[in-house]
Design a protein around this ligand. Structure first.
Ligand SMILES: Nc1ncnc2c1ncn2[C@@H]1O[C@H](COP(=O)(O)OP(=O)(O)O)[C@@H](O)[C@H]1O
Ligand SMILES: [Mg+2]
Length: 245
């Protein structure tokens, strides 16, 4: 479904990504892990069109999307939730999600009543009903993540990119979010997720890619990646034992 071929990205002399190849198969939940600053967010930003690669290509269902703007990439079926949650702060949670619902309608992906669909999405992601009509500047970061997740789903993605969706959640909230990601995947949406907690990766992902200083250092099943000496040295650390974080 998705193929990054030798993508590189430099920011003012800093090589954030070096010649990275990445494949995501239709239907899977793939994981992207690595230390802070290893280039994970940059890679998701290259796929979603926020940045353009200096070298290499991003192919989505066979089409080269490397030079397309984010809205055109979204229209083709790729949506991303950002690590630093963004919203329109003066608009309500409903209005924030409605913008995405209306964008999807414009692309002719949805015939349902926009307000009904917006409510349904906010209920699905578990935002409390009494928060629906509050400006998002009054929501906490966990609530904002829910709104952001609803906005992403509203565009009816084929491929959903999640950048640290679970960061900052309590264990209970995290379990709920994991169940939501599974449900979304079962509905036919392919997922590529950046996540720090290896237990989450082990529970959700069929395949994991590890970045270190902008380079791919390992790729494979969670079991393979977690027992890779180099990955343990540079990322997981010796304290890591199987199934724990
Ligand atoms: N817009 C930007 N301008 C300059 N440097 C950036 C920018 N985005 C990311 N970087 C740098 O690129 C490297 C990779 O960052 P990032 O992709 O955010 O890493 P990760 O998500 O793995 O923590 C870091 O050194 C970061 O400071
Ligand atoms: Mg990041």
């Amino acid at each position: 479904m998705l193929k990054c071929v030798g993508v590189s990205k430099e920011f003012g002399g800093l090589q954030a990504l070096k010649n990275v190849d990445l494949t995501v198969e239709k239907g899977e939940i793939a994981g992207l892990v690595g230390p802070n600053g290893s280039g994970k967010s940059t890679l998701l930003n290259l796929i979603s069109g926020v940045y353009k690669p200096d070298q290499g290509k991003v192919l989505f269902m066979g089409e080269d999307i490397s030079k397309l703007p984010p809205h055109a990439i979204c229209a083709r079926g790729i949506t991303k939730t950002a690590q630093n949650v963004q919203s329109f702060p003066d608009m309500t949670a409903m209005e924030n999600v409605l913008t995405s619902v209306l964008f999807a309608r414009k692309m002719d992906r949805d015939g349902q009543d926009p307000l009904d669909r917006t409510k349904q999405l906010l209920e699905f992601v578990g935002l409390k009903t009494e928060k629906f009509n509050l400006p998002t500047r009054n929501l906490n970061v966990v609530e904002l993540r829910r709104v952001q997740f609803a906005r992403a789903l509203a565009t009816k993605p084929k491929l959903l990119l999640l950048d640290e969706l679970l960061t900052g959640l309590t264990p209970k909230e995290s379990d709920e979010a994991i169940a939501l990601v599974k449900q979304v995947n079962q509905q036919g949406i392919t997922v590529l997720m950046v996540e720090h907690v290896m237990k989450v990766i082990m529970g959700l992902c069929s395949r994991v890619v590890v970045l270190h200083h902008g380079e791919k250092i390992c790729e494979g099943t969670p079991e393979k990646v977690c027992s890779d000496k180099n990955v343990i040295n540079v990322y997981l650390g010796k304290r890591f034992t199987f199934g724990e974080d």
